[in-house]
Design a protein around this ligand. Sequence first.
Ligand SMILES: [Zn+2]
Length: 432
Amino acid sequence: MAAETLLRGRVLRFVSEPKAPDDHGSYLFDEDGGVLIKDGKVKACGAFASLRVTAPDATLIDHRPHLILPGFIDTHLHFVQMQVIASWGAQLLDWLNNYTFPAETEFSDPAHGARIADAFFDEMLRHGTTTPVAYCSSHPQSAEAYFTAAAARNMRVIGGKVMMDRNAPPALCDTAQRGHDETEALVARWHGKGRAEVAITPRFAITSTPEQLEAAGALARAHPTCPVQTHLSENHDEISSTLGLYPKAKDYLDIYHSYGLLGPRSLMGHSIHLSPREMGVMAETGAVAVFCPTSNLFLGSGLYNEAGLAEAGVRRAIATDIGGGTNYSMLRTLDEGYKVLALRGQKLTALKAFYWITLGNARALGLEDKIGTLAPGSEADITVLNPAATPAMALRHARVETLAEELFLLQVLGDDRAVVETYAAGVARKPG
Ligand SMILES: [Zn+2]
């Protein structure tokens, strides 16, 4: 019989989206709780005492008094931009040309890709993120490096080779046919292998010809289980350049819609400046609007309209968008997300925030049967948090009276220092 592991701590997991700051029905919480793990999956989750009775021989790892949650999920970032983060002084389109494209060019070298992919997954695990959804570069070898490094850590990941055949340096451009064929080969090689999924990844309409978006649509039809990821309505210059390239489109979203790229597994990065028509089409098709607050603030792109999107029935996710984003931590992302929404006159409650980076993002990816819940049978991806990790956090923590207050403290002051351990498929993986 395979060995079992029993984690002990204060176990929190969500069952629905919190509708109010104190929506106690939206989560399950065991003050003295446990997660019983076998073969990389959650076998049971609940009160420690009763789990111990059923598994007296399980190896005990005592995380008290820390919080045990499902591993964090980051639904949009660029692993090939690790050396672009913190590049000064530009808006989106200059930033791409001046910093991002030169950095991505280096990924033609497989050794460079392998080195950065290792650094990337170490950084994910250090920050408590167990599932990233990443853009690689246009080189298929960068995707190979990404999936290889993820498999070595047995992580559930989504990634895709960027398709890009214009308005970028020649060294980064594929062609409609080549982008299609390279993506197809990646799907055959990695999609559904272990814990990996391959996303069809046209970067955005500016860098794809109509022929390439047509090819991306063909891939989406041929591989309906593959997610699609791209960028949408991030900043005003981008929107006007895009519409200049696709003059017949009703609006930005209509471009992707007309090529068959919108569906329940479509992740539309940013989705900031959307018209009511676009929101309606997002809602109808089930496409997901991905909020990237640190990136939106850093590049001065605009303020995501969470309440408006919710009211229109649009599915939403939250993400770092490294390297336009400025921190690998989903906790820092929640902090900045709170401020972006505050500027909109909206509120991000602590319960909603922690729902979002666990079950909420899992639902946005259509993966809630596998991750984000700690439910029996799901994959044992787990993050352990210490809300008193720093002297400043400990001082504030001494006055905390409710779980929601404790979560809000983590949301506002937390970062990788608050991450005690990260488990991928039941194995402790946080780098030392
Ligand atoms: Zn992005």
